[in-house]
Ligand binder design. Structure first.
Ligand SMILES: [Zn+2]
Length: 142
């Protein structure tokens, strides 16, 4: 069965934005060290204490906000993400005025960072919405 869209088929705007969020995880390194930090000097593992990458990396949401030329343009926007944001990204999302977060997965919902994130979003009045539309299968052919 051919799952490709025909030229006459339409997809929703939300489906396109979720597809772009997923695609960006494949075409770009969405989790980065801060600029100027030699990645070879920092552990990329899940280790303990100072050997944990989580102390050093910038998540995709945080990077996207910081790399926006004028953060004021994000005020009132909707953010589409593949994974429900952690508490650190939630702070940045709230600070720039994003009003809605649409997420594809909430697989770490019971983790402390994600419980805190949900609490922050709720207190700040940020609308949270799991993406429930059709998901697209993306294939790239040379
Ligand atoms: Zn995060």
């Amino acid at each position: 069965m051919n799952k490709s869209l025909s030229p006459t088929q339409k997809i929703t705007f939300s489906a396109m934005l979720i597809a772009l969020a997923v695609l960006s995880t494949f075409v770009a390194k969405t989790i980065n060290m801060p600029r100027g930090i030699d990645e070879e000097q920092i552990p990329w593992g899940h280790g303990e204490g100072l050997d944990s990458k989580y102390l050093y990396v910038c998540h995709a949401e945080f990077n996207a906000i910081l790399n926006t030329r004028d953060g004021a343009h994000l005020n009132g926007c909707t953010l589409y993400v593949t994974l429900f944001p952690c508490n650190e990204c939630a702070k940045a999302i709230i600070q720039v005025g994003i009003k809605e977060v649409v997420y594809l997965s909430d697989k770490y919902a019971e983790g402390t960072a994600f419980l805190a994130s949900r609490r922050l979003f709720t207190m700040a009045g940020v609308k949270l919405r799991p993406y429930e539309g059709k998901t697209l299968e993306i294939s790239v052919k040379p």
